[in-house]
Write a protein that binds this ligand. Sequence first.
Ligand code: HMG
Ligand code: MG
Length: 304
Amino acid sequence: MAIPQAVKLVEVGPRDGLQNESAPVSTADKVNLIRDLVDAGVSYIEAGSFVNPRSVPQMADSDQVFAGLKSNPGLNLPSLTLAALTPNLKGFERAMQAGVTEVAVFASASEGFSAKNINCTIAESLARFQPLMQAALDQGVAVRGYISCVVGCPYDGEVTPQQVDLVSRALFDMGCYEVSLGDTIGVGTAGHFKRLLDYLLLHTSADKLAVHCHDTYGQALANICTSLEYGIATVDASVAGLGGCPYALNATGNVASEDVVYMLEGMGISTGIDLDRLIGVGQSISDLLGKPTNSNVGRARSTS
Ligand code: HMG
Ligand code: MG
């Protein structure tokens, strides 16, 4: 399979990144972060999450974030997607009220993580998505699907490609246009991703898959590179490597967007993103959070 010439970067920092920050980030700062990402050329941003605010208080203001984004004329670009996580019909309805135009549902390939993260079995989670999918279909809203723990689970250990395949087929069958493969705890290696993709691509085409690599074990870029060799052209990443999941202890952030863009540029793969501006965004959000960036490229190019 030929390596893609262009990659769509799905920026998850404002959601996956900020959901895991203990220090509160104001709504205005979230809106500024998203606007700065757009100014850097990012065209797909997961901007918030309509989950139970008691479960993830950091995302409780997502409706206000979307209100702030909608009232910003510079952000009403036809080429820009601002998406949100929705775990159930209630979350979907909240997202629609906030004017969200694309949503994502999230399941797990392992029972342990499903129970901790969304308080139900895998089968129950898929059943919960059904009314949401129907409402999305009725309203013409595109739905992305996530699968967490595609290689390993913090509670159940190793996860097989067969487990991932079952969930991915269910998500496609119910209408997700794309499934993002989440290595939630960052344990996967290139070998794991090869075995996973060899299996999934028996039933699915590469253009319907994305990869979502947390970088806990420092394997994310290698895993993304391997996925590119399988033709995967959508890569999730988080500016400054922010992130983690409150229900996956010790899991660090997603691979840093700056590091992904730097690698892709070196491979001659276009993203439409201005790397220098993106590094600036990573520096600003790290300064705001009062912590060093998790991006190697950001550190190497740091001006402070
Ligand atoms: P539950 O307790 O099973 O749900 O939670 P429930 O239907 O029994 O409702 C319990 C209460 O929550 C009720 O309120 C509902 O109204 C409320 P009460 O009557 O007690 O006052 N509720 C809601 N409120 C607002 N918005 C909603 C909503 N739904 C119910 N949408 C639920 C199930 C999924 C809602 C809960 O477990 C939850 O919100 N979990 C959050 C999980 C989460 O956000 N995790 C992080 C994101 S996933 C991730 O990071 C992984 C990813 O990055 C990929 C990867 O890396 O692998 C995507
Ligand atoms: Mg994640």
